[in-house]
Write a protein that binds this ligand. Sequence first.
Ligand SMILES: NC(=O)C1=CN([C@@H]2O[C@H](COP(=O)(O)OP(=O)(O)OC[C@H]3O[C@@H](n4cnc5c(N)ncnc54)[C@H](O)[C@@H]3O)[C@@H](O)[C@H]2O)C=CC1
Ligand SMILES: O=C(O)[C@@H]1CCC=N1
Length: 265
Amino acid sequence: MSAKKIAIIGGGNLGSAIAQGLLKSGFSQAGDITITKRNTDTLVALKDAGVQVEKDNAKAIRGAEVIIVALKPYNVREVLQEYSTVFDPAKQILISVVTGVSIDDLERIVPGMAVVRAMPNTAIAIQESMTCLSFKHATPEQTNFVTDMFNQLGAAVTIDEKLMDAATVLGACGIAYALRFIRANIQGGIEIGFDARTASLIAAQTVKGAAELLIREKTHPEAEIDKVTTPKGCTIAGLNEMEHQGFSSSLIKGITASYDKIVKG
Ligand SMILES: NC(=O)C1=CN([C@@H]2O[C@H](COP(=O)(O)OP(=O)(O)OC[C@H]3O[C@@H](n4cnc5c(N)ncnc54)[C@H](O)[C@@H]3O)[C@@H](O)[C@H]2O)C=CC1
Ligand SMILES: O=C(O)[C@@H]1CCC=N1
């Protein structure tokens, strides 16, 4: 449990998920978390859980030691600029989960502040995020704090900032790709006889099992696939048909399209 006061600026999809994760993990007490949004109606559940819900960013920033900025890339500059004099670089750290805005850019907007970039995904709400972190001017104490926090909200890895756009695609967008894969399995499962609820359970638990095999056993996917593909069996027949239809290729092309969207706009 951390006694640090945390302010989340931008209580949208990711900001709210971070607040939920901080609460569920026990990393923070509800009263130590403040979350801001212009229209706070969607934050009722967090408010009911004891989180401080605010419209006033200045008040939230003043009362915090850790500020997590979860605004859209197109308004983060404008909003941070408005409050740049409210920050206290001697006592605070700024963590940005904003896509495509560099540490240098953010440190220029809020002079003197140590900025950390973090790229979690929405599974942070249930402590299952993959979070990539980049540090530049953070002190060892700040680095340890941020790493520990995101480790308690899933798994965290530190990467070179030049890989942050790639991390955004593979980790943050990646959860959407995985969910679409599961949805397609559900659609197929219904077509071959299951009701939607049973198909959802089978598809999701099967993907969870596949992921856990790789994480726990540290094996290569193809080595695990070899164990499933009985010669002349149904698995290889299905896999090969998927590849004939461009399965791996479509995923790789999707990943590079997402990446180009961040890099080229
Ligand atoms: N949604 C995701 O899965 C992920 C999002 N990100 C990044 O996180 C950031 C936030 O993304 P989302 O949560 O999806 O967007 P969102 O649009 O759901 O959240 C942004 C929130 O900021 C609020 N906001 C706007 N102006 C404000 C102001 N002046 N003061 C306080 N709040 C204000 C908006 O009302 C909105 O609720 C983006 O930069 C995105 O690229 C990064 C990783 C994953
Ligand atoms: O789609 C987006 O732009 C954001 C960044 C990563 C996940 N959602």
